[in-house]
Design a protein around this ligand. Structure first.
Ligand SMILES: [Zn+2]
Length: 158
């Protein structure tokens, strides 16, 4: 895998937290530091600090839980309520034509933070798997996560 120069990512890596990223974000009141754009009763939405594509957002329960089958009904309901609103926002702001929604449970399944369940939402466009990924093993990320955070925060305030 080759990488393009992306200096804006540096500060995300240098602030990679100790402990559980999602519990740290849930407990913190510094929304901008964690890119938390919405806090519900049981779940919150945040822009991925380590995005692997342009519009990469996550929804997590506030409670530390690493097993989707152990989430409570009200946590699941709120998680998907927030997800629906995120899809509306990403369609409006970035004109996404499709979405991938998914949960990776456990490191065997590819979870970067295996201890705390989180739903990934990735915006997609026709032809977004461009030649860079196949020919150069390189991903192109077009949007600034900080900008996306601000846009989603504004959308959720409405
Ligand atoms: Zn946690």
């Amino acid at each position: 895998m080759k990488y393009l120069y992306a200096p804006w990512r540096d500060r995300y890596f240098s602030r990679k937290p100790k402990g559980c990223l999602f519990c740290n974000a849930a407990k913190s009141h510094r929304d901008k530091k964690w890119f938390v754009f919405h806090r519900g009763e049981k779940c919150f939405g945040m822009v991925n600090l380590f995005p692997y594509t342009t519009a990469h957002v996550m929804v997590a329960p506030t409670r530390h839980c690493g097993d989707f089958s152990k989430l409570k009904k009200d946590e699941i309901t709120e998680m998907f309520d927030i997800a629906q609103k995120i899809l509306k926002a990403l369609k409006k702001i970035y004109r996404c034509e499709g979405f991938n929604l998914g949960v990776n449970q456990g490191s065997a399944a590819g979870a970067g933070f295996a201890g705390h369940i989180h739903l990934h939402i990735v915006g997609r466009w026709t032809g977004d798997t461009n030649f860079m990924t196949t020919a150069g093993s390189t991903r192109v990320i077009c949007a600034d996560p900080e900008k996306l955070y601000g846009e989603l925060r504004d959308f959720f305030k409405k």
